[in-house]
Write a protein that binds this ligand. Structure first.
Ligand code: AMP
Ligand code: MG
Length: 320
């Protein structure tokens, strides 16, 4: 049963406790209601994808209370500093290099070495983020493919009958409208990855630079600069029953036993939280090919299979 509580000291305390325990809490922002989880906790972030029934793992935006918290997770650049001073708190998301010491689940960034950070200006969102020291990963609080919710009642209707989010903190109607502007601030020039409430003109005024936009067909962009998805270098063979001589093994559930098992218990949330780290570890081990155990196409298993399928090659020699 999903509960809606008004925004006050009691609901703030409850939200923080629920986040700490790995649950989901929906809350208002200056754009729409977000479905938030502790961004450090891979299984909590996996529950976001499961609850939204989102069939793909895309990197999520981390919400934090202030610039200091943002630059503890992403590498500060001179450009990012200027943009943060001009537009935070507000509807701007910065893409920064993920700091090596950042305590963030791989699933939050979908395995990327960059991180998306935002400091919302909405009073209620700020109240929650200030009360917790956690970065909160939060996409819009609606089932995948649905309309972004601007009231607590919209959120409740979208997830009726489910067990997450455990709590919706009612902050009244959100403004809706434009999403946050996503700016890659890793280099010297701002690159607008998604247009939004903060316009190119506003960015130019603040930085004295002409922002690039990925929609500018004339832009020459370094390969990989805009890669939004981590892909393993090794080739994957899916639905395998066992590894061949030249293959590393990525298991799920019982046998065959191996060093890399997404979830020995067959828990899909655990598997999702381990996916990117294990693909990276297998890549790093120098494996040319990885055989992967079958993953059920249910719940967050759909997104796990999507990610694996994108990197897989056709080979049905194992088929029976
Ligand atoms: P939403 O799920 O609507 O909040 O959208 C999040 C957006 O942020 C998606 O378009 C993501 O692709 C984008 N995003 C998040 N992290 C990154 C990243 N590290 N690099 C580029 N885009 C990102
Ligand atoms: Mg959305």
């Amino acid at each position: 049963m999903i509960r809606i509580k008004p925004y006050n000291d009691a609901s703030i305390a409850e939200a923080v406790d629920l986040w700490r325990a790995g649950h989901l809490v929906a809350f208002g922002t200056e754009t729409v209601y977000g479905l938030g989880a502790d961004a450090r906790n891979g299984q909590a972030v996996a529950a976001i994808f499961k609850t939204k029934n989102r069939p793909q793992f895309n990197p999520l935006i981390c919400h934090v209370a202030d610039s200091g918290a943002a630059f503890a997770l992403g590498v500060e650049t001179p450009l990012a500093r200027v943009l943060a001073e001009a537009f935070w708190a507000g509807a701007m998301t910065l893409i920064l290099a993920r700091r090596a010491d950042a305590d963030i689940a791989d699933l939050t960034t979908a395995g990327l070495d960059s991180i998306a950070l935002r400091v919302p200006s909405h009073e209620g969102a700020r109240g929650l983020l200030t009360a917790t020291s956690m970065p909160i990963a939060a996409p819009s609080a609606n089932p995948s493919g649905g309309v972004s919710p601007t009231t607590a009642e919209h959120v409740a209707a979208g997830f009726a009958g489910g067990d997450e989010p455990r709590l919706i903190v009612d902050m009244g109607a959100c403004q809706g409208g434009l999403e946050s502007t996503i700016i890659d601030a890793r280099g010297a020039t701002p690159i607008i990855l998604r247009p939004g409430a903060i316009t190119a003109e506003m960015i130019a005024d603040a930085t004295n630079l002409t922002p690039h936009s990925i929609t500018d067909q004339t832009d020459i962009i370094a390969p990989g600069q805009l890669a939004r998805h981590y892909a393993p270098r090794a080739k994957l063979r899916l639905n395998a029953t066992a590894p061949r001589a030249d293959e590393a093994w990525l298991g799920f559930g019982t046998a065959p036993d191996s060093e890399h098992n997404l979830s020995p218990q067959g828990d899909l949330l655990e598997a999702a939280s381990n996916l990117f780290a294990m693909l990276r570890a297998l890549d790093a081990s120098g494996a040319e090919a990885i055989a992967v155990a079958p993953i059920p196409f249910e719940g967050v298993g759909v997104a796990i299979n999507d990610r694996l399928t994108r990197a897989a090659y056709e080979d049905d020699a194992d088929a029976t």
